[in-house]
Design a protein around this ligand. Structure first.
Ligand code: SAM
Length: 292
C-alpha cells in the first residue's frame, strides 16, 4: 500500500518547523479554559527512536533537531523555537536525544484532561504502533486512535462539542491526489466549522501540485473571508549541484487558516533562526505572509 514511513524522517528540518508551529498554536489555544479538540488527520506512529534503524539509516534528524541541541547554539533561542526544543528534551532523560515525539505526543503533552485528541493513521503498521504508544499514556477518553482515512474521518468530528478545534493536516503526499484532497478537506471543513483553526503542512518540491497548493489555499481562505498565515522554511537549494550532496527535501511550508493572532510575531522571530541553524547551503531562507 504505502511506502512512506515517518520514522525515516522524524526530527528532520520539516519536523522542527511543523512542530514549532504546532506548539506555538496550541499554547495560544490552550489559554482559554473551554475544551479544545485536536484532530490530527495523519498522525504517524507518535513516538520515534532516533537511535533506531529507521532514523539512523536516513540520518535526517542530524540536520534537524540534533543541530538545535548541539553545543554552541545560542540560548535561549527565539521563544517558539526554545519551547519546541524544551518539548523534545522533556521526552529524553540525560544529555543525548534518543526519543523524538511526533505530533500526537506533542499535542497530548500540552492538552488538559478535558481536551480531546483524535488521531487518524491509515498505515496498518504505524496505526498499530501508534495505538501501542498511546496506550502507555493511559490517557483514557482524552485520546482516540482511529485506523482510518483522516481526510474522510475528520468530518464526523466537525464541529466539535465545545466549538473549539485545531485540525492538523500533515499527509505524506506520497500519492499525487493528496494535494487535491487537502484542498477538498479544507473547503468542506470550513463549511462544517468556519471558526476552526486549520494547519496544513506541505513539501516545497518541483511538482505542479505542490507549487499550486498554497495558492489554492489562499484563494479558498480569501473566498471564505478567513484570515490566513503562510510560512516557509528552505534549508538548501532544490538543485543537486554536486554528486556527493545528499538528496532530500529542500523546503516545506505551513498554511494556516484562522491562525492564532500571536503566531505571526512568534514566527517572525523563530523562522530566521531556524533557517540559519538548519541551513545546508547558502540557499537557506524563510518566508512569512498573511492575509485577512
Ligand atoms: N503528523 C505526524 C507528525 O508530525 O509526527 C507525521 C505524519 S506523516 C508525515 C504522514 C502519515 O500519514 C504517515 O504515517 C502515513 O502512513 C499516514 N497516512 C497516509 N495517508 C493517510 C490517510 N489517508 N489517512 C490517515 N493517515 C494517512
Amino acid at each position: 500500500m504505502f511506502s512512506y514511513r515517518h520514522a525515516f524522517h522524524a526530527g528532520n528540518h520539516a519536523d522542527v518547523f511543523k512542530h514549532t508551529v504546532l506548539i506555538a498554536t496550541l499554547q495560544h489555544l490552550l489559554q482559554k479554559d473551554a475544551a479544545l479538540t485536536v484532530l490530527d488527520t495523519h498522525a504517524g506512529a507518535g513516538l520515534y527512536r532516533l537511535d533506531g534503524d529507521y532514523a539512523s539509516t536516513s540520518g535526517e534528524a542530524a540536520d534537524g533537531i540534533q543541530r538545535l541541541l548541539a553545543p554552541g547554539v545560542p540560548t535561549p533561542l527565539a521563544p517558539a523555537l526554545q519551547d519546541y526544543v524544551d518539548m523534545v528534551r522533556a521526552f529524553n532523560q540525560g544529555p543525548s536525544t534518543r526519543v523524538y515525539p511526533g505530533s500526537p505526543f506533542i499535542a497530548q503533552r500540552l492538552l488538559r484532561e478535558h481536551d480531546r485528541l483524535k488521531l487518524f493513521e491509515l498505515h496498518p503498521t504505524d496505526a498499530r504502533a501508534l495505538a501501542g504508544n498511546i496506550a502507555q499514556l493511559e490517557a483514557g477518553r482524552q485520546v482516540a486512535v482511529l485506523a482510518e482515512d483522516g481526510f474522510e474521518g475528520v468530518k464526523k468530528f466537525l464541529p466539535p462539542p465545545a466549538r473549539r478545534a485545531l485540525v492538523l493536516c500533515d499527509p505524506s503526499y506520497e500519492i499525487k491526489s493528496d494535494y487535491g484532497r487537502v484542498q477538498d478537506l479544507l473547503q468542506d471543513a470550513l463549511k462544517r466549522f468556519a471558526t476552526g483553526v486549520y494547519a496544513v503542512w506541505y513539501p516545497i518540491i518541483a511538482r505542479p501540485e505542490a507549487h499550486d497548493l498554497p495558492r489554492r489555499l489562499k484563494t479558498l481562505a480569501n473566498k471564505a473571508g478567513k484570515p490566513w498565515l503562510h510560512a516557509t522554511l528552505t534549508v538548501k537549494s532544490s538543485k543537486q549541484t554536486t554528486p556527493e550532496r545528499r538528496p532530500g527535501l529542500p523546503a516545506s511550508g505551513m498554511f494556516l487558516i484562522n491562525p492564532p493572532f500571536t503566531l505571526e510575531a512568534a514566527l517572525r522571530q523563530a523562522l530566521p533562526q531556524m533557517a540559519e541553524l538548519l541551513a545546508q547551503d547558502r540557499h537557506a531562507a524563510h518566508g512569512l505572509e498573511s492575509g485577512s
